[in-house]
Design a binder for this molecule. Structure first.
Ligand code: ADP
Ligand code: MG
Length: 616
């Protein structure tokens, strides 16, 4: 803060105020200097109880009676005059100078403040009073040498530095701001890729693979029984026991989470499946189910080519997985063989299911309008119910089948390179699968933090952040996890807390730095939600047109931690779909644990159909 108590002629103070307290100015981030103009304090009568008759007389004789009453009690222009008025009064009362004849005292302005020797005590007294009034603040007074002139130059210099830096930062942020036209373009391109994927001639080369899942029916409520489910596909591996009771649409679940160590994710396929079977054995033990022959649904969230509901050939690993000898193999066979190797229990593997499909199923169990499943977690993917007649790869024209789009690979042919930034390219280059899953790398949890880190590195290099110092931490891949975006972007978080998060990351930030970091996070997550929304708009519009409807009401089952925990992702996603698919009424429905429960539901449906077939 700055205070000009008496050195000048007037008195005034300014200080840095939190923007959130300044209603007059838009924006809640950071601080702004407020010039109080406190000299006018008391002009509304607030000081009447302490103003003396001398203060009143001084005011009446001044150029602006009734104004600047506080200033008239404490500032250099008036203190000398106040002394004169008091002395004159005393002289008139015969207490001084042998009476009022002392004519000099009659002249206004005769005593100047600088002539009042006691003024030397002003600073000391000021400090003492402040210390007494605010004992919890450690206030230091610093004399500013020619502050007002040097200060003006400083303000100008700071303002022009801030302005120039702001321009550079805005230029980077602008790369992430997509126009309505660009989003419509993404929607259109996604739609075109859907068609390539569905057509026989282009299916094998399509970047959006549009994989038939052989899931054709939704649960009808009659499913029941106990099922095992596995959920493999991202951060955690889980084994679940799911009990479905018919009619009441109620499902009870017990599950255990197992870590998959990095060396197993990226080791051999046999090791991976042996580990999975080991976890199943632990779980059966834990649940007291050893020896029980339960039907099993395997949620396996990677692109698989299926020829039936219980066969799935892995096309390629995505996200963090890279186990050898799996691509091109049937994952159900690999699981069966691992169970055989262990030779301890037998399981009836009924279905291999993508997590999107499980998510759709889970919501479909409650809402018959649910015909789309969406994942925004470690990865990004979507499935939906397609008309059989549009699926050239599968015989038959009747009814519908769920298509696992594997839209994460959208853009792998370069079709969205116009909106990819240098940062997206850096993230891609540093990933396990360069050149692949370009859309996923712009929209999902595994990558958003990494995009932010790349931007922060560049801004720091440009001298716009962290005093231009790239710390060892910032150089480390993966330190900026997507959960930090959620924390930093939380509306309830004060800037100080943002700084604390950055500090925990080993990033020593100023208040201005943390504002910029927050903006960067916002730009990256906003673009992710918008791109995801453009993809979703493409599929709902397709469904509307395919059914020849003027207006389509449809529900999307959604799962994934990014969707669930990010403070803005779900809202922006919803807004974007609404804007880009105005003739569709799209309800996003959170699927509580879709991938686990869904696998059991699909298994139940498949089991029901199997039995019906046997009986025929
Ligand atoms: P998966 O997709 O692996 O099945 P999740 O849906 O739980 O599992 O997603 C996990 C991913 O979500 C993590 O890899 C991480 O990228 C992201 N994530 C974790 N916590 C948060 C959070 N608080 N906010 C946003 N994203 C998060
Ligand atoms: Mg999941």
């Amino acid at each position: 803060s700055a205070l000009i108590p008496h050195a000048g002629t007037g008195t005034n103070a300014c200080y840095m105020e939190d923007m959130s307290n300044i209603d007059l100015v838009e924006g809640d981030e950071g601080r702004m200097c407020v010039n109080t103009e406190w000299g006018a304090f008391g002009d509304d009568g607030a000081l009447e109880d302490i103003r003396t008759e001398f203060d009143r007389e001084l005011d009446l004789g001044s150029l602006n009676p009734g104004k600047q009453l506080f200033e008239k009690m404490i500032s250099g222009l008036y203190l000398g005059e106040l002394v004169r008025i008091i002395l004159l009064k005393m002289a008139k009362a015969g207490l001084l100078f042998g009476g009022e004849k002392s004519s000099a005292l009659h002249t206004k302005g005769k005593i100047e403040t600088r002539h009042v020797a006691a003024m030397e005590k002003y600073p000391k007294r000021l400090h003492k009073v402040v210390r007494r009034l605010v004992p919890n603040c450690d206030v230091r007074f610093l004399l500013s040498e020619s502050g007002s002139t040097k200060g003006a130059a400083m303000v100008t210099a700071v303002a022009s530095r801030v302005q120039a830096q702001r321009k550079q930062i805005d230029k980077v942020l602008a790369l992430f701001q997509l126009t309505r036209e660009q989003l419509e373009d993404v929607r259109g391109k996604m739609r075109a890729e859907f068609e390539y994927g569905l057509k026989k001639d282009t299916h094998l080369t399509a970047t959006v693979k549009m994989l038939p899942t052989y899931v054709c029916g939704m649960p009808d409520g009659t499913e029941k029984g106990k099922f095992l489910a596995l959920d493999l596909g991202g951060t955690n591996f889980r084994v679940l026991l799911v009990k479905i009771r018919s009619g009441r649409r109620s499902v009870r679940m017990y599950n255990k989470i197992f870590a998959i160590p990095l060396e197993i994710m990226q080791g051999t396929g046999e090791e991976l499946f042996d580990h999975i079977v080991q976890c199943i054995a632990d779980f059966l033990d834990y649940m007291g189910l050893k020896g029980a022959q339960l039907p099993l649904g395997f949620t396996f969230s990677f692109p698989c080519r299926q020829t039936s509901i219980d066969k799935g050939t892995l096309i390629e690993w995505t996200k963090g997985f890279k186990a050898t000898d799996c691509e091109g193999e049937d994952m159900v066979d690999m699981l069966r063989e691992a169970i055989k190797r262990r030779n301890e229990f037998d399981l009836d593997i009924v279905a291999v299911v993508n997590d999107t499909v499980g998510t759709m199923m889970t919501c479909g169990h409650e809402d018959p309008n649910c015909e789309i499943g969406l994942i925004a977690g470690t990865g990004s993917n979507m499935c939906y119910m397609e008309e059989m007649r549009n699926i050239e790869l599968v015989e038959g024209d009747e009814g519908k089948m769920c298509i696992n789009t594997e839209w994460g690979g959208f853009g792998d042919n370069g079709c969205i390179d116009d909106i990819r930034t240098q940062y997206d390219k850096k993230v891609d280059e540093g990933s396990l699968n360069p050149g692949k899953q370009r859309y996923e790398k712009m929209t999902s949890g595994m990558y958003l933090g990494e995009i932010v880190r790349q931007i922060l590195i560049d801004l720091t290099k440009q001298g716009l952040l962290f005093r231009g110092q790239i710390s060892e931490r910032l150089r480390t891949r993966g330190i900026f996890e997507t959960k930090f975006l959620s924390q930093i972007e939380s509306d309830r978080l004060a800037l100080l807390q943002v700084r604390r998060i950055l500090q925990q990351l080993g990033l020593d930030s100023t208040c201005e730095d943390s504002i910029v970091v927050k903006e960067v996070c916002g730009a990256v997550s906003r673009r992710a939600a918008q791109l995801c929304g453009a993809g979703l708009a493409a599929v709902v519009e397709k469904r509307r047109e395919d059914q020849g409807l003027e207006y389509l009401k449809i529900t999307v089952g959604v799962d994934g931690t990014l969707y669930k925990l990010h403070p803005h992702f779900s809202r922006i996603l919803q807004e974007t779909v609404k804007e880009l698919a105005p003739r569709c009424d799209v309800t996003l429905m959170l699927s509580e644990d879709g991938s686990g429960k869904g696998a059991a539901l699909i298994t139940a449906v498949a089991k029901r159909l199997q039995q019906a077939q046997k009986e025929n």
